[in-house]
Design a protein around this ligand. Structure first.
Ligand SMILES: N[C@@H](CCC(=O)N[C@@H](CS)C(=O)NCC(=O)O)C(=O)O
Length: 202
């Protein structure tokens, strides 16, 4: 059975849980105690030298990087609805997976880490700068979603799970986007049972 190492308040962990749950794939979830620094200890560093969650272990195969895990699961379980191989749809999925990692996630981390997780030790200026910069990213999402139901057509893919995991993360800092197309899209992804199961129990 798959062994997943995750943390409930990790956007990158939750996107993997969303897919595992949505596709009905069995897995054992090990919650890494990041609050107490378990991710920095030797035992976990042997699992993931980047001291990050998620990590997925499939027998001898150990994978880090959440989007790589999503792709691996889709290929292994032939989840073509979640990872379409038709070139134009695949291009859209890959584009939004990379966009989420490169354009959005660093800003999400700067906002949520500094405003929520670090408490009084948070860098307020870094969070405020990221909150300004993220508005242009929201604009890109809003325009794109005006012309499509999900990121790659009429049904959700792993790109939607990845991007929506980051949008949820922003809600922890009351910083989620509120424009109509993003809201409509987010509500549709949020309604997926697998996405619901990935959310932290507060
Ligand atoms: N690019 C990585 C990012 C993973 C990541 O940033 N994980 C965070 C939690 S959301 C983490 O483990 N941070 C702890 C650290 O970097 O020490 C992925 O997509 O899996």
């Amino acid at each position: 059975m798959y062994q997943l190492y995750s943390f409930p308040f990790s956007q990158h962990s939750r996107r993997v849980i969303s897919l595992l749950e949505q596709a009905g794939i069995e897995y054992e979830n090990h919650q890494v105690d990041m609050i107490n620094g378990e991710h920095m200890q030797a035992a976990y560093l042997a699992i993931n030298p980047n001291h990050q969650v998620p990590t997925l272990i499939d027998s001898g195969t150990k994978i880090h990087e959440s989007n790589a895990i999503l792709r691996y699961l889709c290929i292994k379980h032939e989840l073509s609805q979640w990872y379409p191989q038709q070139p134009d749809l695949l291009a859209r999925v890959e584009q939004w997976l990379d966009w989420t990692q490169c354009q959005l996630s660093p800003l999400v981390i700067a906002i949520v880490l500094n405003r929520v997780f670090l408490g009084d030790d948070g860098d307020k200026q870094a969070a405020d700068e990221a909150a300004m910069k993220i508005q242009s990213r929201f604009g890109i999402m809003e325009s794109y979603l005006a012309g499509t139901q999900f990121l790659a057509g009429d049904t959700p893919t792993i790109a939607d799970l990845a991007l929506a995991s980051s949008v949820f993360q922003l809600s922890l800092a009351d910083a989620s986007p509120q424009t109509p197309n993003i809201l409509r899209w987010y509500q549709a992804v949020e309604a997926l049972p697998g996405f619901q199961k990935s959310l932290p129990k507060t």
